[in-house]
Design a protein around this ligand. Sequence first.
Ligand code: BGC
Length: 285
Amino acid sequence: MSTPQTATAPETQKGGDPSDLAASAKFAVSNRLQGKVAVITGSSSGIGQAIAVRLAGEGASVIVNYIGGAQRAEDTRAFIDKSGGKAFVVQGDVSKAADRDNLIDQAYLQFGRCDILVNNAGVEIGADFWDVTEEDYDKVLNINLKGAFFLSQAFVKRLIDAKQPGRIINISSVHEDMVFPHFDSYSASKGGLRMLMRNLAVELGPHDITVNNVAPGAIVTPINRSLLNNKEQLQALLNNIPLGRMGTSAEVAGLVAYLACEEAAYITGSTFIMDGGLMRNYHEQ
Ligand code: BGC
């Protein structure tokens, strides 16, 4: 059996549409996050980048994290700077312990605190189940799940020591719940992220640390560019989406900004699906 279209590139780091940058900034309506500091992993492009721009637009100082693509990270920082926000770029791989510690340390060093952690960095590698290599499995699980697990731990340790409240927001996927054949390691990582979120909501609630997932469906990011250029495949996807279009990184960022703000203080242990109705899709017989 052949692997699906999204797997044509053997491995795709989640990316984003640069036009979402301006949209993400434009939607920022208030200073809801004034005085807060946020770490957003994988924020040099795509959904992560839109989140960094949006949180900064609402007053937070942000750590922009990237693995490769230093220029895009610098562009993100420059955009935030030009818009009157504060950002600092930190290179780091969330699957590495030293890099994870450094990410949180940098928030304290540069901005004196760390209130919000957005576990956004993620990869997906498509393959038939019987062809999945241990190396690819490890890569996906180490970034998507282990990275979020231990970065959250590093974040939480400092909060508990300082008796400070905090917010953890994981960028999960509709595939924390919905099947995604040929993306088995990815689905396993997102399913793991779902239960990690639920557990941590209970364990960290007494410390006033909330934990939630945002689960996007099909979002316009570079990961989907070839799909967007393929009329037939795009139409097949859109037929499955009741709203008849893909979502934007800016839309995802708006939900994250809400979950990070004061108003959302009573929300923990939940997954927020943003998929244009994809998960509830039903075709009349
Ligand atoms: C994946 C995309 C996919 C979307 C909807 C996301 O989690 O990263 O590749 O198109 O889910 O299936």
